[in-house]
Design a protein around this ligand. Structure first.
Ligand SMILES: Cc1ncc(COP(=O)(O)O)c(C=O)c1O
Length: 385
């Protein structure tokens, strides 16, 4: 039977394929999947249980519960000074993932181009393609701190360009883009009348840097779709709650797709997110402190074993170069897994220019990181001798 060529053109996620193998093996230490090792804080789980006890089991408004939208709008205003009207500028989605897909469907005509700096989160390119667009990638590497120069972004603009995708702190590199560079890219978007899609899912996981919220920059507000969610900061990956904020016209277009695709995000998860917004700050800060501690350990260990690793400034990933070993990313990850039972993700899963790197998530215990680093160091010594 026929399968759409658009769908066939996109390979399944390299990460999932790899972790299907990992799940069949024993005693593997995994630095693989990008999700917190913490269980969702108890007060958040309890809020969900309470809401179920009260019988909250219905659909909500397509936009999501107004109380949750109000809390999110207040948090964005307090943290970044950016105002969104919770009535018509905020949409609660099924994870940030859904928000990203909605934007693409809302803004793209067939053949429109979206500029995406790489390496990047695995879903961006497929979302563009599924919505009929063409992803145009701009490669970065560790010599520039995995940051594209604004001129490189501008060089990728064509008459078909509709949007620029930005996501800092970045998955998989942990890079944070300085405010001046972001402003220069906003100016390019203004000059060429482009949207900016800002995926800020790691904004709260940042270490000693200040996060710049793109819509707070001059010229950015009207043309930026701000995407965020609860998965990473509040250890809520399984709840599937994210959100998008944009100008009312674009948000309504996104809402239309959302309405016919999923109707609304699950009410129990929205109730839990309300608790996270009201009382989750302390728990979140505790987790961030622990990620920061682990970050120091992993970066030092990787550099000590001869794998050059720039210090990630946010998120919970280290992205060392493995070029000195002479192996490809996939060979390195596969051999490391089979010979030392450590799982890392080949860098090329995040785009072609991720070749020569591997992603090591430090969202796991200090003890696991220590064991993984010992095994990995032994492996690097063995293959270099
Ligand atoms: C950059 C980035 N954006 C979005 C997501 C998806 O988040 P959610 O769980 O909210 O769908 C991820 C998950 O790994 C991510 O790394």
């Amino acid at each position: 039977m026929h399968i759409s060529s658009k769908i066939k053109s996109v390979p399944p996620s390299g990460i999932r394929k790899f972790f299907d193998i990992v799940s069949q093996m024993k005693d593997v230490v995994s630095l693989g999947v990008g999700e917190p090792d913490f269980v969702t804080p108890w007060r958040i789980r309890e809020a969900c249980i309470y809401s179920l006890g009260k019988g909250y089991t219905t659909y909500t408004s397509n936009y999501g519960l107004l109380e949750l939208r109000r809390l999110i709008a207040a948090d964005i205003e307090k943290t970044y000074g950016v105002e969104y009207n919770p009535e018509n500028q905020l949409l609660i989605t099924v994870g940030a993932s859904e928000a990203i897909m909605l934007v693409m469907h809302a803004i793209l005509e067939p053949g429109d181009e979206v500029i995406i700096p790489e390496p990047c989160f695995v879903a961006y390119k497929p979302c563009v393609i599924f919505a009929g667009g063409n992803p145009v990638t701009v490669c970065t590497d560790h010599t520039s701190g995995f940051l594209p120069a604004p001129e490189e972004i501008e060089a990728a603009v064509t008459p078909r360009t509709r949007a620029i995708f930005l996501s800092y702190p970045n998955n998989p590199t942990g890079a944070v883009m300085p405010k001046e560079t972001l402003q220069a890219i906003v100016d390019i978007a203004v000059k060429h009348n482009l949207y900016i899609i800002s995926d800020d899912i790691y904004d709260k996981l940042i270490y000693g840097e200040t996060h710049t919220c793109i819509p707070s920059l001059p010229g950015a507000y009207q043309r930026t779709v701000y995407v965020n969610g609860f998965s990473k900061a509040y250890a809520m990956t399984g709840w599937r709650i994210g959100f998008a904020a944009a100008n009312p016209e674009l948000l309504e277009a996104m809402m239309k797709v959302h309405q016919y695709m999923v109707m609304c995000a699950p009410i129990m998860a929205q109730m839990a997110a309300i608790e996270a917004m009201k009382n989750g700050e302390q728990d979140m800060q505790d987790m961030v402190r622990q990620y920061n501690h682990r970050r120091g350990l992993i970066v030092k260990s990787l550099n000590n074993m001869g794998l050059e690793c720039t210090t990630p400034k946010g998120a919970f990933y280290a992205f060392p170069s493995i070029k000195s070993t002479g192996l490809s990313s996939e060979e390195f990850a596969e051999k490391l897994l089979l010979e030392e039972k450590v799982a890392v993700v080949p860098g090329n899963s995040f785009g072609d220019c991720g070749e020569g790197y591997v992603r090591c998530a430090y969202a796991t215990s200090i003890q696991n990181i220590q064991i993984a680093m010992e095994r990995m160091s032994r492996f690097v010594k063995k293959i270099s001798s």
